[in-house]
Design a protein around this ligand. Sequence first.
Ligand code: ADP
Ligand code: MG
Length: 477
Amino acid sequence: MAKYIPTIGLEIHAELKTETKMFCDSLNDPNEKHPNTNVCPVCLGHPGTLPVINKKAVEAVLKVGMALNGEIPASSKFDRKNYFYPDLPKGYQISQYDLPLIFGGVLNGVRLTRIHLEEDTGKLAHGADEGGKSVSFVDFNRAGVPLMELVTEPDVKNSDEAVEFAKELQIILRYLGASDADMDRGQMRVEANVSISSGEGPLGTKVEVKNINSFKAVHDAIEYELKRQQEVLESGKKVVQETRGWDENKKATVSQRLKEEAHDYRYFPEPDLPPLDMSKFDLGELKRSIPELPQEKRIRLIEEYKLTPEQAALLTNDKLTVDYFEAAASELKTFIPSAEFQLLFNYFTNDLFGLVSEKGIRIEDLKLTPENFAELVALVMTNKVSSRTAKDLLPRIMENGEDPHEIAEAEGLLQVSDKAQLLLVAKLIMDNNPQAIADYKKGKSSALQFMIGKAMGELKGSGDPAVLQEVFKELLG
Ligand code: ADP
Ligand code: MG
């Protein structure tokens, strides 16, 4: 069987998180439930209206471009892309053709072709009226929402790399505050251009796959398409250049239309908007507003907190999460200057994450401060509370934000690790259990566990088990 080499290029759209739409002051509110609420004559395409460029949207794309090491040209412009569709009230989309905001750049080793800015379309919904007759509805709330499109070179080698690329882009868009980029809400949409070739000679004919609405679908659609194209070639036929859609139910790509060409859209410069002179933007200020990005952050976390790459990756997926961890780590240092961070990491990613996701709380809504969380971990590290007690305390302080040391003290949960105090208890237990001593002397090690258990009972669970064991061993000789 011939061996085929896959080639993949991605086109990713992301709705920008701005107050208002791309060319008018209608609200850009993805949570608006009532259709056709955030609309005005501009985004409804009424005659005689004029678009005005949303500076914040342009700046968001410039930041994304800078973060990905793209180049900003001296000037940029908007163009009209003409086509008819019921969700496009003007009969054209304002987009960018030959002078996008960003040229080049790189992410995960994949070269970027460009990033440009355009407006989103409305949404169609197909259903039935009261009489059961099929009808279609159109909602223009999304019409005119700022949309960036990032296009990669055909550098992606397989479905896993495509997923990794899309995930990393999502994280970066969120770090920059450019987009919420939720795929299941359509805020980030991936199109995959897929081809296979024998590896010698030119690239194969590409197929563009649309309607990909999750990371899993990115993977599945590419895998399906690679296999389909291989089967086409092996049956002696040719792959047709076309647009296909991913059908989530059928788990298959289905032909939608033959590929349209750029000239089909009759692009021309948008006559209602001036060209953009990029020197008018404060690029230095934009650059300074870019936070530390996930890639650098991972390297620093590994170094600073002695985390593994996997642990650092887990933390950096979300900026608020990593910010919380770092705030807690810095507090931990004030409690215990020589502290290591593995225990903090474990309590954070296992226990706190577990509770947070169980209760559906967002990290930004946590009542528990990083300081109190760090203090809880510090109490465990210094043996002042047992890990059992800590795990009981965590849900409580998470709910009410209380100081763990104060609760532990007030409720007698502080662990007794004072040797003299434990010695008294151990002696009492030994006085009352001569049989256990005899058993221990005969070599029955369970007798020691029995006495430690008794002592723990006496101490209501607050004894430090390690110190207790040491004390008994000393007394038993
Ligand atoms: P078109 O003119 O059809 O829009 P472009 O050259 O603009 O094609 O590329 C669109 C996307 O398709 C880009 O992401 C690009 O990397 C990708 N692409 C181009 N050629 C191939 C190919 N042979 N196989 C896979 N992807 C490709
Ligand atoms: Mg193209």
